[in-house]
Structure formats: C-alpha cells, structure tokens
Design a protein around this ligand. Structure first.
Ligand code: ADP
Length: 546
C-alpha cells in the first residue's frame, strides 16, 4: 500500500466547484439571507431564492448567447443581484468578471476589452458612471440593467431589464458538470502601484479559499453570523465572503449604493450585523461618525480590516470606545486574497498591550498558504521576527500567472513575489513593513513609510499621514511626510513627536500639510498621486532642518 495512489474511492471525482458551494448553501442553509440595504430599510432574500434566481439568470444568459468560458462583466454595488450573478455566471460554466466601478475611464476600457467581456450586468444607479466609456468597448454585445436608470446612455447595443429577464424564466436551469480547474472568476488588481493586472480564479481555488477562511483561525463565520460586506465585490471577490457565506450559512449584509460610513452604521444598528469587513479608511470613517453622534456597534462580534496597514490608534479607539475588536488580515488580488489573519494566540490575555501587539501584525499564516521571506539575492531568511526581505507565497489559491500577461519577474521558482517587504516570526505571524515600491531607501538603509504613518496617526494633531520617498543628493532618498492635521501644529513638533519612537535618522525632515490624502478606487492611500504632485512642485514642502 505504501505510496500507492487510491483510485477506487470517490474523492478524486468530487468536484470542488462554486456550484457545490451554491447547492450546499441553498439546501442546507436555505433560510439564511442576503440583506440589501435600501437607505431606510432592507430587502431580505433567502439563499433558497437566490439559487432559484441564479438559475433564472443562467437560463437568460444562455439565451443571450453566453457559453462556456465567456466572460460576463458586473458593474455593480454589493447587492442581491450582484450575488446572483456571482453564482449564476460561474455555475453555468462562464466567467464572472467583477469591474471596479471607480476605475478611471481609460483603465475601465482597458480591462473590459482585455477580458473581452461579452455582456455587462450593470446596476441602474451606475449607468452615468458607465456611460462615458461604452463607446470604447470592443467586445460587449449587450447590457443587463438591474434596477432603474436612464438606459439610453448605453448606446445602440441591446439593453435588457434584469427583473424582466428573470421573470420570463423558470428556475429549472440544470447546472452543468464542470471541471473544477476551469476558470470561474476574474478580477484585476486595484492598481495602487501600477496599471491593473488581471487574475483568474478557478472553481477549485475559490472553493479551497472559502473553506480556509471559515477556520476559527480566520473569521470562523457561521449561520449565527450576519456579515456586513463593506469591501466591494469587485475588490478581490469581497475577500471571498460571498462564497464562504453559502458554505457556512452566514447571512450577508450588502450595503448597495449606501456606502457612506453613516449609512453603514445605520445598517449595523438596524440589522444587527455581527461581523463587518472593510479597509482601514472605512473604519476611520465609522469612527468619525461616532465623533458626531451616538452610535451602537454592540452587535459586532468583531471586525476585519485588510488591504492596507491598520493604524494602532484606530484599533485602540474601536476597542476603547465601542468594545469592538478589529482583526487585521493580509492579502492581495493574486492570493484570492486571504493569506492570514492576525488573531492573537489563545494564551494571550485579551485587553493587554501584548494582545494589541499581536493584532498589529499583518497576519498569521493561514493553513494552505506557504510563505517565505527572501533577501535581494533570493536566499531564504529565518523566521525570527527580525530578518526583513520580500515576502513570497504559494498555495492552491495563489495565482501562478497573470491573465494574458507574461510577467516572469513576479514569480520566483514557483513562488509569487508579493512586492511586500516584511518579517515572519517563529509562530507564523508576519508583519508587512512596506511595499517594495514605497519603502524609502535612505543611505543604504530602509525606512518603512507604513511605520511612520502609523506613528504619526497616533498624534492627537494628525488625522491622516502618508509618507513618500523623495530624491536626496546625499542619501538617495529621504522621507517626505504628507499630513492632514486637525489642530494647530508644526513640522518641528511632529518631528519631535516621532523622535525616540523611531531611530533619529528615520525622522522625516520634509513635511507637507495637505487637505486630504488622495485615495485609490478601493480606498488605499494613493502615493502615486502624491509623488506626481511633489514632482510637479505642487506640494508646499517645509524642512525642519538641512
Ligand atoms: P493593489 O496592489 O493594486 O493595491 P490589491 O488590492 O491586490 O491591489 O492589494 C494588495 C496589497 O495590499 C498587498 O500586496 C499589500 O501591499 C497591501 N496590503 C494588504 N493587506 C495589508 C495589510 N494588512 N497591511 C499592509 N498592507 C496590506
């Protein structure tokens, strides 16, 4: 028997597909719900109904000529209809391509044409955002509009009403048998450091990722949970939450177009969300709402944050003011995305500084993902919590290539080069100190822009801080701190605030007070814009010393 491959059992044939997830959710957790916020109340739809609607949508798409492998774009908020498309499209054997509704026109045109989307399902309220670019789409044959809106802006291609298409179909579409390794979903990176790059997920990778995110080491979500999915469904599959929800029976709270922090708080209060997931900017916005009116977040079991580093002061404020624990996670489009969540070890006392230190890690490695830290020569560094290098990952839901893009420099020996720099300790906690493109190279040493930002945000005078490297004759690069201040202060005072918290030579001598830190389409600090503003001489830079 030793080493013999087992062929007589069923396990190799059991398909790890999104259809398997959908059928499980609708049969076992048919009463769990997708709850879409309407501004002053919510629309509740059961998972049983979602599956029926997905069958109707699949039947309609088939009649419109969508076949196996065809990309179908979605240009939607997080909503019931978007969820139905999330399941209908891959389960019929086509590929759902989630379009970022905030992309600049040129990038949107590029990704639709690059993917060759055949049909686009668009939310009626987003028609004005799509209108300026429809004339440049080369592959789109028709649009399906969910909800109301002026469809004349879509040009001369056929336009169908989502509701009418579904009403005309029976829920009898037979889901086909699919190869678990076939393409199911595609998503482009959000383009923080360059142009968006396409990543395609298979049924199998989506399935395995969803199972893994349900571990108690990750969200541990169950059918007792109501999960507010603030992270957009076009941002790395909303971190896999819609798929994991059908596995665990978790009710999904979908904000629709009501994405202001105030509206999100209304939703939490009205529907008693137990989990909420969003980028740090959103969490910061919710805290601002709490500064203006009384808010009740007591239903939240915890919140998750990812996509960018979470400032410690923000985590502490949520804990202190609302008793809400925020757990940070790390991932990227290329990793489906989850690579780890920074849940503290079980023997650490909650509420202690040590516990908060763990929560400030970027994540604890998730089962299924392998990670290593390498030096610039590609040598593996020890897991000692100190040796700093580029993070490389591999695993069943880590991409091995980009859509249509040969980018050998992003891969190394079968591992994905993440472009993130960090450390790993001997218990699998990793800490991202920066992106390779953002770290400041000063006199042969690295200065972490993220660490400076995090510390600055801890000052009572600072609302937001983004640090970029600027050219320096002597040191190659030096940090420029771009800060939004809430109270009267000056660069010297802020530099003194930092001194002692980081090495003296790491304290920026260049400061610019700005109105707001520019953000990317998914709410991350857009340092490309700050660099361009600096280059164009648009930032008023003050120096604390020469
Ligand atoms: P983009 O690279 O265009 O921002 P992604 O949304 O895929 O697109 O972002 C992935 C990147 O986000 C990671 O490589 C990392 O730099 C950053 N990131 C994600 N989570 C964290 C985190 N918890 N702390 C710091 N950086 C993070």
């Amino acid at each position: 028997m030793a080493g013999a491959r087992i062929t007589s059992t069923m396990q190799d044939d059991f398909p790890l597909t999104i259809t398997t997830i959908l059928l499980h959710g609708s049969r076992v957790f048919g009463r769990s719900e997708c709850v879409t916020w309407q501004g002053d109340g919510a629309r509740h739809t059961s998972y049983r109904q979602i599956e029926e609607n997905a069958r109707r949508l699949a039947a309609a798409l088939t009649k419109l000529g969508v076949g196996p492998g065809d990309p179908v774009g979605t240009f939607c908020w997080n909503s019931q209809e978007h969820l139905e498309a999330y399941y209908a499209v891959p389960c019929m054997g086509a590929v759902v391509h989630t379009l970022n509704i905030r992309l600049p026109a040129q990038q949107l045109v590029h990704i639709v044409n690059d993917a060759q989307d055949k049909i686009i399902i668009v939310d009626g309220s987003l028609l004005p955002a799509l209108a300026p670019v429809v004339g440049s789409f080369t592959s789109v044959e028709a649009y399906i509009v969910a909800g109301e809106g002026d469809t004349s802006v879509l040009g001369d291609r056929p336009v169908y009403s989502y509701a009418e298409l579904l009403a005309a179909e029976e829920p009898s579409f037979a889901w086909p048998e699919l190869d678990e390794r076939s393409a199911a979903v595609m998503c482009y990176t959000s383009g923080t450091t360059g142009d968006p790059r396409g990543v395609v997920y298979s049924h199998r990778s989506t399935y395995l990722h969803a199972v893994s995110t349900l571990q108690s080491a990750c969200t541990g979500a169950s059918d007792a949970d109501r999960q507010l999915t603030i992270v957009p469904m076009f941002h790395v599959n909303a971190w896999g939450i819609p798929f994991a929800a059908f596995m665990a029976g978790t009710t999904l709270h979908m904000p629709g177009k009501y994405m202001t922090p105030g509206a999100l708080v209304d939703f939490i209060e009205a529907e008693h969300s137990t989990l909420a997931s969003g980028v740090p900017t959103i969490w910061a916005g919710i805290l601002q709402v709490g500064a203006q009116r009384e808010i009740n977040l007591s239903s939240l079991r915890f919140g998750t944050s990812g996509g960018a580093a979470m400032p410690r002061s923000l985590m502490e404020a949520f804990q202190k003011q609302y008793g809400v624990t925020i757990i940070q996670g790390w991932g990227m489009t290329e990793t489906s995305p989850v690579g780890g969540l920074a849940r503290p070890p079980a023997d650490i006392e909650p509420g202690t500084v040590e516990e908060m230190d763990y929560r400030m890690k970027s994540g604890r490695l998730l089962a299924g993902v392998q990670m290593r830290i390498v030096d610039p020569e590609g040598n593996e560094l020890p897991w000692d919590g100190e040796s700093t290098g580029e993070i490389e990952v591999r695993g069943p839901w880590i991409t091995a290539s980009y859509f249509k893009g040969e980018q050998p420099e992003k891969f190394h020996d079968g591992w994905l080069r993440t472009g993130d720099i960090g450390t790993m300790d001997d218990e699998g906690y990793f800490q991202i100190s920066d992106r390779l493109k953002d770290v400041i190279k000063s006199g042969g040493e690295w200065i972490s822009s993220v660490e400076l930002e995090n510390l600055l945000t801890g000052s009572p005078h600072v609302v937001e801080a983004a640090v970029i490297g600027i050219p320096d004759d002597k040191w190659t690069e030096r940090p420029l701190a771009c800060v939004v201040v809430s109270q009267d202060t000056d660069p010297v005072a802020l530099a003194e605030f930092l001194d002692g918290k980081v090495a003296h030579w790491q304290v920026p001598e260049n400061w610019a007070f700005i109105e707001e830190v520019p953000k990317t389409t998914v709410g991350k600090f857009d340092k490309k814009v700050l660099r361009a503003r600096f280059k164009a001489g648009e930032l008023d830079v003050k120096r604390t010393h020469d």
